[in-house]
Ligand binder design. Structure first.
Ligand code: GLN
Ligand code: ZN
Length: 748
């Protein structure tokens, strides 16, 4: 029996690591205590894996913050200023993860990016001129030894050199190849030390191999591995890939002297075809067959049918990717058995791996029970909704009149000045806002008192925005805990877990709602507070909605209908909300698609067919029926859409705001080159930092924008919503923003 996983969630069943570390950040806990708790957590997790019968258990999949940052520290890819900080190892590590400002110095955090097509963020390492790659951290060794002392011989996990280089930044004038030799030596030194400690295997994660690979990238990969594998120091190497298939490099992979290959049979569309074309006898295949990303039970019959076609007996059953991307266990949920039996979180996925192996050994009853589960009708179909969807025609996806005509009509109707100023929607969610919401949820505060509180917040901020001179106001989103959950709670077909946390940013978790059945709108969602806010001012107040693609991407989707169909259901619900807002007199409506890019397929060749060809129409469906003089905005939390500008233009919004203050505005050149029509609000300051822009800073940014975009097309707004910021810095920054916009307007 051979089963394993790529990695296990590390925050703990009740997010212990997060809470403990936060205590340490607040100086309520010593470093030694934090390390002790982390150690206990690892032991607990290994013990679970062992008790569940996994035959191969990973180590070093644990991290105090992020495993890419761990790899950077392991190989000494740490800027000199951080190496010089007179802090402990862990102190320096957190300095790079979160920034450090104190008596020892002032260091900025490294940036974060999304880990492939997940909502997990890794820290982006930077190779600099002074970077001296060598083994510089004991973490991987210590964790291996810790498990060994418990009697568990683990398989240490490490980000592979190719993926590490692919994900890193390089100081100008440097390139990955400059570090090839040193990196290979350092990896080999890690192998040697692990072998010395008694390790037999190592897992190198190379998810970058599932992307489109250029000839140059292939050369880099092969250069690295031919050298690396020339001396494995006695270890067996598992090269693990996930999040897709390795079609560009499969032939090379099977020719490499690795001992085992990990392939993803869940997300890898071509994986089965590839292995059927031939798999070498000398290697073991780690087959990722249990979905590491979704929360539904594995369909054993389907999985077994795939496994049967794999032409090798040297097979280890595994998860498709690390279980980091699913919640810990269903054991702490309150759902009824009829619901729970359909879910498998991380711990339950371990049972599935063992079941699959047991069935392969002849325990047929396990298969029958699983088939019975899938034979049951889980949820009925909403006939009315199905009809509505079936009745959609091209007209429903097309807003008329066309943008150019609407632009004029809206200019007439809204009479906004040049460079109109606005914000992205939320204002600071202060302690007070959160505690009132909690009190209301717990029943300690009446609906009436809570409503009064919200109205008061809105009143204050509307007055403040008017006084500062904003052109388009917002109500502030004080009633919302989260931009997806708030909507989900007003939609049928949604379930909310109690403890279904998944690691996202640093130690922070998100709790994605679960799409359980057909989605329809239960009642108007945002009309009450948007129209209240509008009643308090003569200036236009923007209505704020979350778009269908983002709602879907930040939920656990169904597997029994397509993601496209689920998205269209959500789109219809949001469409109804748009029309209600319009009917209530809201003239400007923003439909956030903060996560549109997140699920863009990793391979360019799949972008349109697998995603954009339905995601963009789903957005159009939402706003296609509004009147010409209703202005539709959208917002995106990133500016890396240079490659998909035509698709973004095709959303046919009237205005789009996006993050731009930290990028060098190259996106604007591209917009111009592609003849982008939509009006744009490139964020003029970074809301992810408490820093208030210096005098003149926003003015410069606006000047840079105006050098690239015609002034009639430009909006002035921050990068994103302000809910995570404090009131003081927010107000100071926004005053600067309005002043800068007004000054620029005068110039024009
Ligand atoms: N309207 C949302 C807000 O301001 C947008 C958030 C987001 O883009 N992540 O909070
Ligand atoms: Zn945003």
């Amino acid at each position: 029996m051979t089963t394993t996983i790529i990695g296990f969630p590390r925050l703990g069943e009740f997010r212990e690591l997060k809470f403990t570390t936060e205590k340490y950040f607040r100086n309520e806990l010593s470093e030694a205590e934090l390390l002790e708790e982390a150690k206990a957590l690892r032991s607990k997790h290994w013990q679970i894996l062992k008790d569940k019968g996994l035959t191969e258990i990973p180590s070093n999949d644990f991290s105090h913050y992020d495993n890419v940052l761990d790899a950077a520290f392991l190989f000494n890819v740490v800027p000199q200023e951080v190496q010089d900080l007179e802090l402990s190892d862990l102190g320096r590590y957190f300095a790079l993860a979160r920034g450090y400002q104190g008596d020892k110095g002032d260091v900025r955090a490294w940036p974060m990016k999304k880990w492939f097509n997940t909502n997990y963020h890794y820290i982006v390492p930077k190779f600099e001129k002074g970077t001296q790659v060598k083994v510089a951290s004991q973490k991987i060794f210590d964790e291996f030894s810790q498990a060994k002392e418990l009697g568990i011989l683990t398989r240490p996990v490490l980000v592979g050199p190719f993926t590490l280089l692919q994900l890193s930044d390089f100081e100008e004038g440097l390139e990955p190849a400059d570090f090839l030799e040193d990196l290979v030596s350092a990896y080999q030194a890690v192998f040697a030390r692990l072998a010395e400690l008694g390790a037999k295997k190592i897992q190198l994660d190379e998810p970058s191999l599932v992307k489109d690979l250029s000839a140059q990238e292939k050369e880099l990969f092969l250069g690295l591995y031919q050298r690396l594998l020339a001396d494995k120091k006695g270890l067996q190497v598992l090269l693990a890939t996930y999040f897709g298939d390795v079609r560009d490099i499969y032939q090379d992979l099977i020719a490499l002297p690795v001992d085992a290959l990990g392939l993803d049979f869940v997300e890898g569309k071509k994986t089965l075809d590839l292995v059927k074309s031939g798999f070498p006898e000398d290697k073991t295949l780690y087959a990722g067959i249990v979905n590491g990303k979704n929360i539904w039970r594995n369909n054993y019959a389907k999985s077994l049918a795939i496994l049967e076609q794999i032409p090798t007996d040297k097979l280890v059953l595994s998860s498709s990717c690390s279980l980091l991307h699913v919640p810990f266990t269903t054991a702490n949920e309150d759902f009824g058995q009829d619901i729970l039996e359909h879910f498998a979180f991380a711990v339950e996925k371990l049972d599935e791996l063992r079941d699959l192996e047991a069935i392969r050994q002849g325990e047929e009853e396990l298969l029958e029970a699983n088939q019975a589960l899938f034979a049951k009708e889980r949820v009925g179909q909403n006939k009315e909704l199905a009809q509505r969807l079936a009745g959609l025609t091209e007209k429903d996806y097309t807003r008329l009149p066309a943008f150019a005509e609407r632009e004029q009509i809206q200019a007439q109707a809204l009479k906004l000045p040049l460079l109109p100023t606005t914000t992205i929607g939320s204002f600071p969610q202060t302690k007070e806002v959160r505690s009132q919401r909690l009190a209301f949820r717990k029943g300690e505060l009446s609906q009436e008192a809570y409503d009064q509180f919200l109205a008061q917040q809105i009143d204050d901020w509307i007055k403040w925005q008017e006084a500062v001179g904003f052109d388009v106001l917002v109500h502030g989103e004080f009633e919302r805990n989260d931009m997806v959950e708030y909507f989900g709670q007003n939609l049928s077909g949604y379930l909310f877990s109690k403890n279904g946390w998944v690691q996202s940013y640093g130690l922070r978790g998100v709790k994605p709602p679960i799409i359980w059945g057909d989605v329809t709108r239960l009642n108007p969602i945002t009309v009450k507070w948007s129209s209240y806010a509008q009643s308090q001012t003569k200036k236009p107040v923007k209505g704020m909605l979350t778009g269908p693609v983002t709602i879907l991407n930040w939920s656990f989707p169904r597997e029994d209908i397509s993601i496209k169909d689920s998205t269209l259901q959500i789109a219809l619900a949001i469409k109804d909300e748009v029309l209600d807002l319009e009917a209530a007199g809201i003239k400007i409506i923003q439909i956030d698609e903060a996560a549109l890019r997140e699920k863009l397929p990793l391979r360019r060749s799949d972008w349109y067919e697998d995603y954009l060809d339905w995601a963009i129409p789903a957005f159009r469906l939402v706003h296609s029926s509004v009147a010409a003089d209703t202005q539709i905005h959208t917002h995106m939390c990133y500016s890396e859409f240079t490659d998909i500008i035509p698709a973004i233009d095709n959303m046919d919004a009237d205005v789009i705001s996006f993050e731009a203050s930290r990028s060098n505005l190259v996106i604007l050149d591209e917009l111009k080159a592609k003849n982008f029509q939509t009006q744009v609000g490139p964020g003029v300051y970074d809301i992810h930092s408490p820093r208030v822009p210096a005098a003149g800073e926003i003015d410069q940014t606006i000047a840079a924008i105006l050098a690239k975009v015609p002034s009639q097309k430009v909006w002035i707004n921050p990068d994103c919503g302000l809910k995570t910021r404090g009131i003081k810095e927010t107000r100071e920054s926004l005053v600067r923003l309005v002043e800068a916009a007004q000054a620029a307007r005068k110039e024009l």
